[in-house]
Design a protein around this ligand. Structure first.
Ligand code: ATP
Ligand code: MG
Ligand code: MG
Ligand code: MG
Length: 448
């Protein structure tokens, strides 16, 4: 029979529960850790245990963790396997079992529980990790030609610049085993998909980059629910699984198009809507409210993008037909006014560049005006501008932001000091630090 996303999720947790793991709830998308922006993996809630800052409550655990990876936003709808929001199923050992058990169970789960043919599974190990190579080959029985040694970029997992980390081993599924193994490349995503990562968490990465052995050897794993659903439901990408497709179908019907019959660009846009709507709903339900700063800015950017793309593919909020704008009417209106201004600014930029022989570009002041008055995230402005071959002056925008930050901070400090409310001052300073983070990441994204 067909595997629903829900059945895949349940089978994972039940399998590890049957092997002595305690089923624990997902933690919030907002990590309980000021150094982290959003929850990117299942291990975050266990970080203090890995670092021995907290005692373990159980020897081993299993979870289904809600995750957001904003670094994958450009991949959404463009690769078959990336969303910003996804569910990561994981099993964790806190100094209990290590490589042998983790490896054997992962293989048993994939082949016996989910029924994947063993000959379609490929393995990557960290280049120096002979122990993992030998376990896969001698104990699990994977032929040598299907075990690849890879470098640190793929096979040494760290949750951030510092913190618990270690070599990892990943399981890939082969959609085309008939192509053989002679020149197989696990990086070829038209043939392979990485679905399960086993991290042998045994180091703490210090500030200076050096690796300190942890007190005990841990296991941290992550299996992407949508990726496993894609494999088991035999659909061409994560978006066409039962986990996301209903949202896409709803959006398609609002735009009065058929997903199956529409062109690729519209399909990509529908996938982006499918992903971003999920991300927005889960972020808001974890208490992240759209705003100009920090995490709230992520929500805002995602909503803006959904509204913009929705309009692009024909979802109208004008009261005729299926009204997408009914979802967010005032937002759609502000966006419309902002778009008019942006259109004018783009026309001007194109015209004056044509006259001077320069490259067309929007000034930092203009980008800031759109941001400040119409709530246009920089990335959205850059995205629309680039459709017309116009670049945006991100440095100029950062300067405008910085000026505003200084002004508002000065204002805050005056007011708050006069009432002597220290927590408010701390909050305003914290908020402004987040602004810096966003404008930095914005320039990184646009320039990269
Ligand atoms: P990829 O190389 O495909 O970007 P990754 O190596 O960055 O994946 P890990 O950090 O190893 O991913 O995360 C563990 C698992 O979580 C992956 O094997 C995959 O199944 C899932 N996963 C990671 N990123 C995403 C994403 N953006 N969307 C959906 N699933 C994801
Ligand atoms: Mg990735
Ligand atoms: Mg990878
Ligand atoms: Mg990986």
């Amino acid at each position: 029979g067909e595997w629903s996303g829900d059945a895949i999720h349940r089978r994972f947790l039940e399998f590890y529960a049957a092997h002595g793991h305690k089923i624990l709830p997902s933690s919030s998308l907002v990590p309980d850790d000021p150094t982290l922006f959003l929850t990117i993996a299942g291990m975050l809630q266990f970080k203090p245990i890995f670092l021995s800052k907290e005692p373990r409550r159980v020897p081993c655990a299993t979870t289904s963790q809600k995750c957001i990876r904003t670094n994958d936003i450009e991949n959404v709808g463009r690769t078959a396997r990336h969303q910003t929001f996804f569910e990561m199923l994981g099993n964790f050992s806190f100094g209990d079992y290590f490589k042998k058990e983790a490896t054997a169970w992962a293989c048993e789960l994939a082949t016996k529980e989910y029924g994947l043919p063993a000959e379609r599974l490929w393995i990557s190990v960290f280049e120096d990790d002979n122990e993992a190579f030998d376990i896969w080959h001698n104990e699990v029985g994977v032929p040598k030609e299907r075990i690849k040694r890879m470098g640190a970029e793929d096979n040494f997992w760290t949750s951030g610049a510092t913190g618990p980390c270690g070599p990892c081993s990943e399981i890939y599924y082969d959609f085309y085993p008939e192509r053989g193994s002679s020149d197989a490349d696990l990086g070829d995503d038209s043939r392979f998909i990485e679905f399960y990562n086993l991290v042998f968490m045994q180091y703490n990465k210090r500030d200076d980059g050096s690796l300190e052995p942890l007190k005990q050897k841990n296991i941290d794993t992550g299996m992407g629910l949508e990726r496993m659903a894609r494999i088991l439901q035999k659909v061409p990408n994560n978006y066409e699984t039962d986990l996301i497709f209903p949202i896409i179908e709803k959006a398609a019907s609002m735009a009065m198009v058929s997903y199956a019959k529409t062109d690729d660009a519209t399909k990509t846009n529908l996938k982006i809507i499918g992903d971003h709507m999920r991300a927005v709903v889960y972020l808001i339900s974890d208490g992240v409210i759209p705003s100009n700063i920090g995490r709230g800015y992520v929500v805002r950017r995602l909503i803006r993008r959904v509204v913009r793309i929705g309009r692009l593919i024909g979802i109208r909020g004008d009261g005729h037909g299926n009204s997408g704008g009914a979802l967010l009417p005032s937002l759609a209106e502000t966006l419309e006014r902002g778009e008019k201004l942006l259109d004018e600014l783009l026309d001007e930029a194109l015209l004056s560049a044509g006259n001077n022989g320069d490259k067309p570009s929007l000034s930092g002041k203009d980008v800031f005006l759109l941001y400040d008055t119409y709530g246009f995230p920089v990335e959205i402005t850059a995205e629309i501008a680039s459709e017309q071959g116009v670049t945006v002056d991100i440095e100029g925008f950062d300067i405008e932001m910085e000026n505003q930050r200084k002004q508002s901070q000065a204002a805050h400090n005056v007011v708050k000091l006069s009432v002597g409310n220290e927590t408010e001052i701390v909050k305003s300073i914290l908020d402004t630090e987040f602004l810096g983070y966003d404008s930095l990441s914005a320039s990184a994204i646009v320039k990269g």
